[in-house]
Design a protein around this ligand. Structure first.
Ligand code: COI
Length: 362
């Protein structure tokens, strides 16, 4: 057995599984989890699949004090012919290592992590729901575990993968959401941590999200930090606008998260020969397009959110309704195609989907 052999310890107990039609987002967790440790001088070691359980950590662990942590979000799907598949999982592990680089967390072996994930899912295959719009959400994350109050990179870490059967991220499912354009707070600035998937980006967004909720918005749309002029992204997703037949999404500029779903949507649009551009787009351009009747659709993209149509935008004292607050034709086509590829209902011309093999574990 080498340092990289994944040990498996199965749980004696199995939890009751929720009904597919009662699934919410991220509230229920499966019976097992993947764990791997890092220690300076030893590297990443001891990859294991063990029963899902609380972990004991020293209160001085650096993650609690300075937020040295990264995470990913991905999904496993059950196809109609009962296979379990993953969607572009290598992209998420690649991005996790990019986030690690920004947060001074050591690089891990992406192939080993993918193998650990696939074996975990094989063990938890009965937890993958099958109803439309449901999936098994996968949350890999890494935390700094050195007990030390000095501000520096930790000398030890814990890498974990936990799984949660989920329904739609937003309560309304594919129904349009209302979004407030944030004028006061900012999410990230070029050179900051915006391109990394790190917890602090999300805790820093809560204040604005609470304020937006007061006017009935489920998310905020972030503008660039310097001029508060150009659109960046939404709380839990990237954003796309269809203006006069062209689909536009803010270009990756050093402060926007490079979404895997964002990239997949751009590829799909190109495949369909629909004009798509990644460029700077100001919020003024969006509101002007709406005034001229040229703003055809707005939608967000993300692993958790999938394709989420935006039905209304609030910006200061201005408010616009997009496409009569109805899901647009393109948003629906993208949703159906993406989820169709993910569920194995539609042919996958891009080779995005990977099947999880089925071994048996004693
Ligand atoms: C995802 O889409 O998986 C994300 O990580 C967003 C999350 C903050 C809910």
């Amino acid at each position: 057995m080498t340092e990289n052999t994944i040990k498996v310890l199965l749980s004696d107990e199995r939890k009751e599984k929720p009904q597919d039609d009662s699934l919410q987002f991220g509230k229920v967790f499966t019976d097992h989890m993947f764990v791997m440790d890092y220690m300076e001088g030893k590297g990443w070691h001891n990859p294991q699949i063990i029963p899902y359980q609380p972990i004991t950590l020293d209160p001085a662990c650096m993650v609690f004090h300075y937020g040295q942590t990264v995470f990913e979000g991905m999904k496993a799907y059950r196809t109609k012919d009962n296979r379990i598949v993953l969607f572009r999982p290598e992209k998420n592990f690649e991005r996790l290592n990019q986030s690690n680089d920004r947060m001074c967390i050591p690089q891990f072996d992406e192939e080993l992590a993918l193998e650990g994930l696939k074996r975990l899912i094989e063990i938890e295959k009965d937890w993958v729901p099958s109803a439309p719009g449901t999936s098994l959400y996968i949350r890999p994350f890494i935390i700094a575990t050195e007990p030390f109050l000095g501000v520096s990179a930790s000398d030890r870490y814990k890498f974990m993968i936990i799984l949660s059967p989920v329904g739609a991220y937003y309560k309304g499912g594919i129904n349009p959401v209302k979004i407030t354009v944030e004028n006061q707070y900012v999410r990230s600035v070029k050179g900051g941590t915006g391109t990394a998937k790190t917890g602090g980006n999300y805790s820093a967004s809560l204040k604005a999200q609470e304020l937006a909720a007061k006017n009935g918005s489920s998310q905020v749309l972030w503008l660039d930090a310097l001029e508060k002029k150009y659109v960046e992204e939404v709380g839990a997703m990237n954003i796309f606008f269809k203006i006069n037949g062209e689909v536009i999404t803010p270009m990756l500029n050093g402060s926007i998260l490079p979404g895997v779903t964002r990239n997949s949507i751009i590829e799909l649009l190109k495949h369909w020969n629909i004009p798509v551009s990644e460029r700077r787009i100001s919020i003024e351009e969006v509101f002007e397009a709406s005034e001229k009747g040229q703003l055809e659709e707005v939608f967000g993209t993300g692993t958790a959110a999938v394709i989420s149509p935006v039905g209304g935008l609030v910006w200061g004292d201005k408010e616009i309704v997009v496409n009569g607050n109805q899901t647009g034709e393109l948003s629906l086509k993208l949703y159906n195609t993406l989820t169709g590829i993910q569920n194995g209902d539609i042919e996958d011309p891009f080779n995005w989907v990977q099947e999880v093999g089925m071994h048996t574990y004693a």
